[in-house]
Write a protein that binds this ligand. Structure first.
Ligand code: SF4
Ligand code: SF4
Length: 338
């Protein structure tokens, strides 16, 4: 159902949904950014549309609403354990088209990559998505190149206009807004300020030995920011916390992990895989534009550009993809100069 909804009617509709739903959207935190005098825009629970920030790209993705940064799984006492409860309320997440494509990748990893992840599935069943159309591209976005610019498979979608919203409701449970019927398309960008070419042919063995990764050994500082801001990075670590009062009791949590940070690949026996930072960059890049595609048929990276925005060393992931393409072209030319 497509309708025009005034701002007042939209907030009244949200107020109705709030009786059943926890609503998540990007919120601006003034002067809380990484650099002095900068703001931070991060996803969190909101109670009205006015709390959300849509004029700029959020530095963090909506991933935290779906996969909590720190998720309690179960409690244990000696050989007994008790499953931690999950929210009984439904969840509504407002997000951009690229981030909705990112959620599809999260679902692939947690639900379709072998047996479904019990804790992810339990929360995911409660979640619906409202796409907010993009009228213009932001700095470092390359969603068009990654095919993630067009909003698809949403529960509702909206265009933000000066004094009203254009609202497309697909899920009847969300049809609580008073408005008049209208016809429109949800906004999406058809061009970014730059485009990249993702190589079709990728020889991962050849690239594993290639010295293109060595520049990152010294440039990267393994801070992991590129992982934590990424809507498609899905790794986590397990942490067992033992209570001080009774050391046989405690809780198991999973917390976001990051393939770029130290200790991620440590295993028993004191062995560390990919100790060089460039090797970590190779692993991450191959996962985003090759390994995932090999399994699921499309690229993992959605081109949100947040990793480029966040890197303190000005390492550009989009340029890295271009370099992979150039190396592969050079290899093919050497093999077949004609
Ligand atoms: S552009 Fe960077 S942050 Fe965004 S999906 Fe791709 S790898 Fe992740
Ligand atoms: S954000 Fe930049 S410096 Fe930090 S781990 Fe990622 S590539 Fe390395």
């Amino acid at each position: 159902m497509k309708q025009i909804v005034s701002k007042e009617a939209f907030n009244e509709g949200l107020a109705k949904l709030l009786t059943e739903y926890d609503i998540y959207g990007p919120v601006r935190h003034p002067y809380r950014g990484t650099h002095s005098d900068t703001d931070k825009i991060q996803y969190q629970q909101v109670h009205s549309f006015d709390e959300m920030e849509w004029d700029e790209k959020s530095q963090f993705s909506p991933k935290s609403a779906v996969l909590p940064i720190n998720q309690l799984l179960f409690y244990f006492v000696e050989d007994q354990w008790l499953e931690a409860s999950e929210t009984m309320r439904k969840i509504l997440v407002f997000l951009r088209p690229c981030d909705l494509h990112g959620m599809k990748r999260m679902d692939e990893i947690y639900l379709n990559n072998g047996a479904p992840d019990y804790f992810y599935e339990r929360r995911r069943k409660m979640i619906k998505f409202v796409v907010v159309g993009c009228k213009e591209t932001y700095r470092n976005c390359f969603c068009v190149s990654m095919g993630s610019n067009v909003p698809e498979d949403y529960d509702a979608a909206l265009n933000i206009r000066d004094d009203h919203f254009e609202l497309d409701i697909i899920d009847e449970d969300l049809a609580v807004f008073a408005g008049r019927e209208a016809d429109f398309d949800i906004d999406y960008v058809t061009e970014n300020t730059f485009s990249i070419e993702v190589p079709e042919e990728v020889d991962s063995q050849y690239l594993a030995e290639h010295d293109m990764w060595r520049e990152f050994d010294s440039r990267c500082i393994a801070c992991g920011r590129c992982n934590y801001v990424c809507p498609t990075c899905t790794c986590f670590d397990m942490q067992d916390i033992y209570y001080k009062e009774n050391e046989d009791a405690g809780e198991r949590r999973r917390v976001w992990g990051a393939c770029m940070v130290d200790r991620y690949t440590d295993i028993a026996g004191g062995i560390t895989f990919r100790s060089k930072y460039g090797s970590r960059m190779r692993f991450k890049a191959m996962h985003k534009i090759y390994d995932f595609r090999k399994r699921f048929g499309y690229n993992m990276c959605v081109g949100c550009g947040r990793c480029d925005d966040a890197c303190p060393q000005y390492i550009s992931f989009s340029e890295t993809i271009e370099k992979v393409g150039a190396v592969m072209k050079q290899k093919l030319n050497e093999e077949d100069p004609a």
